[in-house]
Structures are given as structure tokens and as C-alpha cells.
Design a protein around this ligand. Structure first.
Ligand SMILES: [Fe+2]
Length: 266
């Protein structure tokens, strides 16, 4: 995923499209010009030609076409990896927030606050919190219900047997290394982390939409005919619907905070 190797990336600096509110303490003239929404979209679109999209497509084709006689044995370890992998994005989102918070005294007070006001929302959503709504089930609770419905056993047993599946653990460790230590400078690290966050949300939109499609296909071809129809669709549906909104929230955060000058190759 070459785009992740960059802070926010490599296009020419674009004109300011949407200014963040001005800080009461720093005049607008002193604030750096911000990255534009168009530039962010163009950088994201580079991911369409990257290895991640191809890998997600391949995974979902395999998932949808699991053989009727061996789907359960093949899927069980995958679901265990998924349980860890999907939860591991929560500390990644938290790290992005922390990177931005740690620019205190360096970034502009209002820009920092505006960005964080957006970034907190997808993270809070993982725990069932949405503005003006009662707290719903957390995404971990929803995954647990989905897992138990699919494999007819509690997720807790699988987690107890293999609490740290190898592939998902390796991926998590690499993600945290990137988010915590890619840059020496606090502001650059925060901008890098916000770009990383955009890539996660952008790819998650494909991932979750395709995963819902794959399970629908598997259900129709294999699970339902075998008398094991999926009944707990909420986890898949919530994510298939929600990721595009998360990507838009990520855009709001970036265009409120990231200076155009941070668009550098890394
Ligand atoms: Fe989630």
C-alpha cells in the first residue's frame, strides 16, 4: 500500500478549499494553508490500484466460494483471525487520536480540537455510541453474536483457545509501529497517522461491503440449504453501511488539521 508510506502524500499543494475555524490565539495569516478535500480524495483513489484492494477481492471471492463440504473447518481459523483483526483497529484509531492530541502546543488549538471532534466519532461508534442516541451494542458484542450464529459455538471458546492468532497479531504490531514511530516530529507523526486512518477507512468500505456480499452468497448457496442459515446479520450490515460515513468523517478531520506542506513523500 504505497500511499501509507507517505505522510499524507505526494501531490502538489492545492489551494485551501475549506478553512478550519480560526484559533482565538493565533491569527489566520500565521496558520499554514491546509490540504484540500480534492487532494485527499485523489490520494485515496491511488489505493484503488494498490495491492490491498486486490487482496480484499481475492479473500472475498474465496469466502463466497467456500466448498459446501468443508466451509466450516476452513472458516473457523479465519473467524478467529478476524475477531482479533477487527478489534485491533480500535487501538489503531485510539493511536491516531493520541497522535493528534500530542501536537498540543505545536498545532493550532482550534484546528486540533476540530479534527479530534471528528476522529472520536468512529471510535465511539465501535462502542455503540452515536450522537443523540442511546448506547447500542458494541461492535465486539455484535461480532460475538455473528460468530456464534455462524459457527454454533461461543466466540469466548475460540478466543480462549487462540487469543493471539499469528497473522492478525503481526498486522496489529506493524500498524502500531507505523502509527507510533513512523516520524520523529510530532506534527508529522500526527499527519501521517491521519493519512493512515483515511486509508483504513477507505479500504474498510470495500472490505465490509464485499464481506456482506460474500456471506449473503455463502448463505444462499451453502448455509441455508444445509439448515444453518445465518440469522445475525447486524454486524455485517452495520459495517457495510457505516464505513463510507467514517471515510467522510476522516476527510473532515484531515482538511481541518493537515497543512498542505505535509504532503511529502516518505
Ligand atoms: Fe466496527
Amino acid at each position: 500500500m504505497p500511499w501509507l508510506q507517505r505522510s499524507v502524500a505526494a501531490c502538489v499543494a492545492a489551494p485551501l478549499q475549506k478553512a478550519a475555524p480560526e484559533s482565538p490565539s493565533i491569527g489566520h495569516a500565521q496558520l499554514p494553508e491546509l490540504i484540500s478535500r480534492e487532494t485527499v480524495r485523489a490520494l485515496e483513489a491511488e489505493l484503488d490500484n494498490g495491492a490491498s484492494i486486490a487482496a480484499l477481492r481475492r479473500f472475498n471471492d474465496l469466502l463466497a466460494n467456500l466448498p459446501a463440504g468443508s466451509w466450516e473447518a476452513a472458516l473457523r481459523p479465519v473467524m478467529c483471525e478476524l475477531a482479533y483483526n477487527l478489534e485491533s483497529f480500535n487501538p489503531a484509531f485510539t493511536a491516531v487520536l493520541l497522535r493528534v492530541q500530542q501536537t498540543i502546543g505545536v498545532s493550532d488549538y482550534v484546528r486540533r480540537d476540530t479534527a479530534l471532534k471528528s476522529l472520536i466519532q468512529p471510535l465511539a461508534g465501535e462502542y455503540g455510541m452515536h450522537n443523540n442516541e442511546a448506547q447500542a451494542l458494541t461492535h465486539r458484542e455484535l461480532f460475538s453474536l455473528f460468530y456464534a450464529d455462524l459457527l454454533r459455538e461461543p466466540l469466548e471458546e475460540a478466543l480462549a483457545a487462540n487469543p493471539r492468532p499469528a497473522a492478525a497479531h503481526r498486522f496489529f504490531a506493524q500498524m502500531m509501529r507505523d502509527l507510533n514511530t513512523a516520524c520523529a516530529d510530532a506534527m508529522q507523526q500526527a499527519c501521517y497517522a491521519m493519512g493512515y486512518n483515511l486509508a483504513i477507512e477507505y479500504l474498510a468500505d470495500y472490505e465490509k461491503t464485499w464481506m456482506l456480499d460474500s456471506f449473503r452468497a455463502l448463505d444462499a448457496r451453502v448455509l441455508a440449504p444445509a439448515g444453518r442459515p445465518l440469522t445475525e446479520w447486524v454486524f455485517l450490515e452495520v459495517h457495510a453501511e457505516g464505513e463510507a460515513e467514517h471515510a467522510a468523517i476522516g476527510h473532515d478531520a484531515v482538511v481541518a488539521f493537515v497543512p498542505a506542506a505535509e504532503e511529502v513523500d516518505r
